[in-house]
Design a protein around this ligand. Structure first.
Ligand SMILES: Cc1cc2nc3c(=O)[nH]c(=O)nc-3n(C[C@H](O)[C@H](O)[C@H](O)COP(=O)(O)OP(=O)(O)OC[C@H]3O[C@@H](n4cnc5c(N)ncnc54)[C@H](O)[C@@H]3O)c2cc1C
Length: 416
């Protein structure tokens, strides 16, 4: 069933009794050409592009929980392509272009809202660094503009401009950045893939990977054995655990990242704003709540909840950026498990094991990458060759010394 204004109207006339489920609830087949482990944004997008762009439809996505239970339904919904380094820049811009046509493409309202992303700077040195990044973006055809303090004040007069330690001197703005409703992205890709014949199987945990003569032949699951021509891992924060099923150790650590939402307020922030002097970023949801977050919790964990020290740290940085925030009540917070890589950049690659493909290392920036990640991973699985924009994200770059360290932090996953 295609969604359109006309179908909403006609179904309304019929008492909304004729809508069909957005996707089927199929029992697993004994074997698929491609099995994708992980029904998050990346796994579902991969299935969608495999079916739609590369014509491979005998595909299953196996999700241990429900769709949206992982990071795809837990993130702070920000999309942007404001990267400096050559490996990252074209890839995230491909993603931005895919976001721009996504809702028409998969026929689902994901509330793509290009309301702008503004990175504040607070010192001359930081302005130089942001200018360099903005120039790199423009050289790659990405939109960027440098705003001085007056221009930022005109947009956001309530910021703490005269903070004694961190005065706001301006910001790097990407007007095409913004937000997308995160769980709708999972639902849209699931529905799109299902329509093209992909089996999206929920409550199906992969517990083991079967190999014969060095080749992967399928997976043991809570619903029995499922054979696979090719096996693709897209398990985000659990990547180390699924890789361990084939004795593979990945250059990843798992850490918790928290997000927060406040009580509903009248509209006052129309875009995304990030603090340059501490770990804090904020946008306002359509319901009026401030959606914000900060840095990851500083220890390794697989628990989908955070600790109070980080709550305090984030709130402190938030009040430094917007003093009036001290009067706002926080409604709730939650956590997701991040697959933090050693250089802060992702991995989209074949593994040394035949038939086994890996999509991981998204750190806390993988939501914005969802369309490009799915597209490039599907390209790799279908053609056996990396897509040109994802060539830098090879697994062996750590051995070869070609790390893509956007933040320049070194091999410190908790700092990326
Ligand atoms: C609080 C928070 C804020 C964030 N904010 C942003 C942001 O603003 N912008 C941005 O770009 N990124 C952001 N991110 C990061 C982004 O959400 C992730 O990088 C991205 O969602 C990861 O890819 P995914 O959607 O495929 O992951 P997930 O949704 O986590 O998908 C992985 C799936 O694999 C499943 N799985 C794991 N093991 C198994 C198994 N053995 N068998 C079957 N299934 C399994 C899991 O249940 C899960 O559903 C944020 C993350 C968090 C937690």
């Amino acid at each position: 069933m295609r969604y359109s204004a006309l179908s909403v109207f006609l179904n309304g006339l019929r008492g909304n009794t004729r809508w069909t489920p957005a996707w089927r609830d199929p029992a697993p087949q004994p074997r698929y050409d491609v099995v994708i482990v992980g029904g998050g944004g990346h796994g579902l997008a991969t299935a969608y592009y495999l079916a739609k762009t590369f014509g491979i439809r005998n595909v299953a996505v196996l999700e241990k929980g429900w769709l949206g239970s992982g990071n795809i339904g837990r993130n702070t919904t920000i999309i942007r392509s404001n990267y400096l380094l050559p490996g990252n820049n074209p890839f995230y811009e491909l993603s931005m272009k895919l976001w721009e046509g996504l809702e028409q493409d998969f026929n689902y309202n994901a509330m793509v809202s290009q309301r702008g992303v503004l990175n504040l700077f607070h010192s001359d040195a930081q302005r130089d660094a942001y200018t360099r990044r903005g120039n790199a973006m423009r050289l790659h055809g990405v939109d960027a503009e440098l705003l001085d303090a007056d221009a930022v004040r005109a947009k956001l007069p309530f910021l703490g401009f005269d903070n004694a330690r961190f005065p706001i001197k301006g910001g790097l703005h990407q007007p095409r950045g913004g937000t997308v409703r995160h769980d709708a992205v999972a639902w849209g890709y699931a529905r799109g893939a299902d329509t093209l014949g992909v089996d999206v199987i929920q409550n199906c945990e992969v517990t083991g990977i079967r190999r014969e003569n060095g080749r992967v032949t399928g997976v043991e699951t809570s619903k029995g054995f499922i054979g696979a021509g090719k096996l693709a891992l897209a398990t985000a924060g659990h990547s180390s655990r699924t890789a361990a099923m084939v004795d593979m150790v990945l250059p990843l650590e798992s850490h918790v990242l928290q997000a927060f939402v406040s009580e509903g307020l009248k509209p006052f922030i129309d875009g995304v704003v990030t603090f340059g002097a501490g770990h804090f970023y904020v946008s306002q949801s359509d319901k009026g709540g401030l959606v914000f977050g900060g840095d990851i919790d500083g220890y390794n964990s697989y628990a989908q909840r955070g600790n109070l020290a980080t709550v305090e740290h984030v709130a402190e940085a938030g009040v430094a950026m917007i003093p009036a925030l001290s009067r706002v009540r926080m409604l709730r917070s939650w956590g997701g498990v991040m697959d933090m890589s050693m250089d802060g950049s992702p991995i989209i690659d074949r593994t040394p094991i035949d038939n086994l493909y890996l999509n991981a290392g998204w750190c806390y920036g993988g939501f914005k990458a969802t369309p490009a990640s799915g597209f490039c991973f599907a390209h790799l699985i279908a053609k056996g060759e990396p897509h040109e924009t994802a060539r830098a994200f090879r697994l062996d770059r750590f051995r070869r010394g070609y790390a893509i360290d956007e933040k320049g932090q070194g091999a410190q996953p908790n700092l990326h």
